[in-house]
Design a protein around this ligand. Structure first.
Ligand SMILES: [Zn+2]
Ligand SMILES: [Zn+2]
Length: 349
């Protein structure tokens, strides 16, 4: 076993403590990664606090991982020591079902293995990226292009792919009108990506507080959803609405903003059901959809796209001792736009 330093919570209330965890010895297809940076995702908080179902403690969150390969198993062909690599929200899947065969491992019919809080094929409880090292099978490792800084690349592994995949799936591009609901960690990536794909991008945010930011990030228009006029002005406008908000919103009001054949896709995951009136959908042949991260092949494509278009998230780098504070700030929406932990500070007080 490979002993690894990590920051873990030991109960739903926290706080984080420095601890040691074990990574498995390298199997023939395994890659050992020295983690340099780990992004902080809102899901880390929901999961570690048991809000999305029971978890086992201690738990080490983190599924936006960027680092350097330091060792490989005997049959690894894709990676070598020194490679710059990333790991996202999943570390394994069955590899046999139709969805795995299509390269959509996130929809594995036998359930993909989450980067933390899951049981892997070796019967070990997975622990995430708030740690110094991780062992992952090579098929679930992606290459980080040279032109992307490792700290800024980390959030692409969840926030980036979560927004890239639905934008691609529903054809964001020139001539398409895309709305992004919420300008947080996910939303700001959706704006940058949709803009780079050539779409006309509108941000729908509760207030106009971040309007200057939004326009700078690449949005063409910015509207406050607290203003009822917004819903009248924009009725029937959008080909695609990407909803990144995980709070309960009036989904029917947003559906009314879709054009004929438009789709509203939720990537934010509210814990309560959203009541949808079928008559919000029928008259304009609209769709209400969901989307979860992206497959490994698509994640690589997203990283290459970001390198090519020079897209990186806006980040604030913190030390490992500041994770508790950072979580409080995420919950207070006081982050522009993603916290990234500098893992070299792991042992610091
Ligand atoms: Zn995430
Ligand atoms: Zn599968």
């Amino acid at each position: 076993m490979i002993t690894t330093h990590a920051r873990a919570v030991f109960n739903p209330e926290g706080p984080f403590k420095l601890t040691a965890i074990e990574r498995r010895d390298l199997q023939p297809h395994d890659v050992l990664i020295e983690i340099k940076y780990a992004g902080i995702c809102h899901s880390d908080i929901h999961t570690a606090r048991g809000e999305w179902g029971p978890v086992q403690y201690p738990i080490v969150p983190g599924h936006e991982i960027a680092g350097i390969v330091t060792g490989v198993g005997s049959e690894v062909t894709k990676y070598a020591a020194g490679d710059r690599v990333g790991v996202g929200c999943m570390v394994d899947s069955c590899g046999k079902c139709t969805n795995c065969h299509k390269g959509e491992e996130q929809y594995c019919l036998n359930g993909m293995t989450g980067t933390y809080g899951a049981v892997d094929r070796y019967g070990q409880y997975t622990q995430g990226g708030y740690s110094t090292q991780i062992v992952v099978t090579e098929d679930f490792v992606v290459k980080i292009p040279e032109s992307l800084q490792l700290d800024a690349a980390a959030p692409l592994l969840c926030a980036g792919i979560t927004t890239y995949s639905p934008l691609r799936h529903w054809g964001a591009g020139p001539g398409k009108k895309i709305a992004v609901v919420g300008l947080g960690g996910l939303g700001h990536m959706a704006v940058k990506l949709a803009h780079a794909m050539g779409a006309e991008v509108t941000v729908l945010s509760q207030t106009l507080k971040k309007k200057d930011d939004g326009l700078q990030l690449g949005a063409d228009h910015y509207y406050a959803t607290s203003d009822p006029e917004t819903f009248k002005t924009l009725a029937g406008t959008f080909d695609l609405i990407v909803n990144t908000v995980s709070a309960k919103i009036d989904i029917n009001a947003y559906l009314s903003l879709l054009a004929v054949d438009g789709t509203l896709v939720n990537v934010g995951a509210p814990s309560e059901p959203l009541p949808v009136h079928v008559f919000s959908l029928i008259p304009q042949r609209r769709s209400f959809a969901g989307s979860s991260i992206g497959g490994i092949r698509e994640t690589q494509e997203m990283l290459d796209f970001c390198a090519e278009h020079n897209i990186t998230p806006e980040i604030e780098v913190i030390s490992a001792s500041q994770i508790d504070q950072a979580w409080e700030r995420v919950l207070a929406s006081d982050v522009r736009y993603r916290f990234v932990i500098d893992i070299s500070t792991m042992m610091n007080e």
